[in-house]
Design a protein around this ligand. Sequence first.
Ligand SMILES: [Fe+2]
Length: 332
Amino acid sequence: MKQIRIFRRYDESHPPSFVEIEKWLLDVNDILEFDLFRSEGKFSEKILFWSKNTIIDTEIKTEIDQMRALYIRQSDLPLYNLFVDKIVQAVARNEHIPIIKKAAVIYRQASVILDEMFENPEELENVPKSKKVVNTFVDTIFSDSYAIESMIKITAYDYYTHTHSINVCIYSLSLGSFLELNAITLEELGMSALLHDLGKSRVDSKITNKKGHLTDSEFEEMKHHPLYGHTIALKIGIRDNRILDGIRHHHEKLDGSGYPDGLMGKNITLFARIIGVCDVFDAISTKRSYKDSMSSYDTLMLMKKTMQHHLDMEIVDAFIRMQQHDDILSAV
Ligand SMILES: [Fe+2]
């Protein structure tokens, strides 16, 4: 028989933190390295439900399925992230899991990896890690015809630090798939998009975290990030020119007024043009603490009206068609 014990009340000044987990990820025969808690009563007291290192049998799995929510200690989050990391690719390929659930867990896992990556940008492990993130996204996109719509919906969440890189990766992959790029090209585009702002890790965090407009000198420093990113990508062993180029040139503009190399028109490669459009789209449409968000439609119309000398309008138009296509899909 399983043992359930009441979890003690905590000192109000030092309340323990608990986080809700994706309980549907737990399966029969799993042995977890973290305790599971349920919530009870008016004060949502957390009660130990299942101890770590104890196998989950069918009876417990049924109970878990019937529960409203399941929690772990905040301090166990790294262990939970490791658990999710092991199963995330299988989750992406599983056709029986609803796409919106899939998208949420994949997005969260990518956020964890991106946070680690920005913490230690020159780690060689970053290449296989980002490949895994991109492959998981690509698998998800190919596993379900609603995937793109769901992945884009999920970019509306703003829980984590490096959501921008993930959002740009999701938009770029969605666009690339809409433009019928082949799987290998898509994976390379995804890598380039995911890593496009890695160079910001070398810019003073006072500048990268500043809310609102940058001063001229701050902007000059910020403008170095594509070159820094290119250098870091080389350092961690990325040799594919298309990936490197997307990182270095995502701020180039069609009229030559961009940076760092002042490239013009079609001298800016397809990857850089796609990432450039997705970068601007996410910056305008995502709600940040210092500004309100704008709808996807209004964002794309604003880009079309005011940025024709900067952005590739064929790509902006493809983005508009893709959104309309998704609207049709969601209405079915
Ligand atoms: Fe950038």
